[in-house]
Design a protein around this ligand. Structure first.
Ligand SMILES: [Zn+2]
Length: 333
């Protein structure tokens, strides 16, 4: 999701986008250690671990050594944690926050990592990587249930009919494989955002770390489908609005919105009108364009300017106060 995807949604919407409510805007350089054009694995690992790594890497550095993620560090410090996506939960972006694998396509290994990760809340597709595995006969869902998780899925009913108990960890599988695109009836992101914010908030007094991805904006752009890109971006925008509404009621909440990378090389071509944007594309893949970062709340100021994608990790740690606690005490008499 680059500037063109946001612009296309903005000029297609009857009302101003939530993006316009952010106090601070910056840009990050999305390149990876292996390519100027990153993929989502290296891109999300940069946010999660603060290291530039190769395309395909999930929570590991350029030498495939596992790196602690900011989500794992938040867990260690007593914050509650969550991952909410409209892809499978084992897809590169969510995986990079709680799994460590040398290749993004190791979906069943990533599912094992996620099932061991103790993330408090996970919502997304990809149930089959947990309970109908090819590499072994393990049923990770019953294993997690036996450890106290409450687990539900699309088959048992809509997410809005599920009542997670803040005393138990919660997983909801929105699909067996990939969830539907938003223009084919997928509706859960908005509700999942509301649910996860209140769930995580009530689960810990220390605060929470939540990563929400509008995953299919990328896919619409891979497919060069401008209209679907707009619909997916507007769906994500509704989720952002809920997060900002929450932050307004909890003034110690920092909300960041960005993307792993731009996809499609989208442009808004001559002949575009409000409500009738003419999109064009330069590629079926990703591009190396700078990616916008929107920040709201305390600590937002730090996200002004142009910086590496890895700086987002360091800025988040500084906001969370993780830096200070690491300072050696020897300065104090
Ligand atoms: Zn992509």
């Amino acid at each position: 999701m680059g500037l063109s995807q946001i612009s296309a949604a903005m000029y297609s919407s009857q009302t101003p986008l939530t993006f316009e409510q952010f106090q601070v805007v910056g840009f990050h350089k999305s390149y990876s250690s292996s390519d100027l054009v990153t993929d989502s694995a290296a891109g999300a690992t940069a946010f999660a671990c603060g290291v530039k790594t190769y395309n395909g890497a999930i929570g590991v550095d350029a030498d495939t050594v596992a790196q602690q993620t900011i989500l794992e560090e938040a867990q260690e410090r007593g914050l509650s944690t969550g991952l909410v996506v409209t892809s499978t939960i084992v897809h590169a972006t969510p995986a990079s926050f709680a799994a460590h694998q040398p290749m993004r396509v190791f979906y069943e290994e990533i599912a094992e990592d996620l099932s061991d990760s103790n993330v408090d809340l996970m919502i997304g597709g990809g149930k089959r990587y947990f309970d109908r595995r090819q590499k072994d006969d393990r049923d990770l869902i019953s294993e997690m249930e036996s450890r106290g998780y409450l687990i539900s899925d699309y088959y048992y009913g809509d997410l809005s009919r599920t009542r997670p108990d803040p005393d138990r960890k919660f997983v909801y599988f929105s699909a067996d494989n990939q969830p539907l695109p938003v223009n084919q009836g997928r509706t859960y992101l908005e509700y999942a955002t509301r649910l996860s914010l209140s769930y995580l908030d009530s689960r810990s007094d220390e605060g929470f770390f939540l990563m929400i991805e509008g995953s299919q904006i990328d896919w619409a752009n891979h497919a060069n489908e401008g209209r679907l890109s707009i619909q997916e971006t507007l769906d994500f925008n509704r989720s952002i609005q809920i997060a900002l509404d929450f932050a307004r009621q909890r003034p110690n909440t920092l909300v960041l919105v960005t993307a792993d990378h731009e996809s499609g090389g989208m442009a808004l071509n001559p002949g575009s009108k409000r409500g009738r944007v003419k999109t064009a594309f330069t590629t079926n893949g990703h591009t190396a364009s700078l990616v916008p970062v929107f920040a709201y709340g305390p600590g937002a100021e730090a996200f002004r300017g142009i910086y590496e994608n890895t700086a987002i990790y360091h800025k988040m740690r500084a906001f969370l106060g993780f830096d200070e606690e690491e300072e050696p005490a020897l300065q104090n008499p």
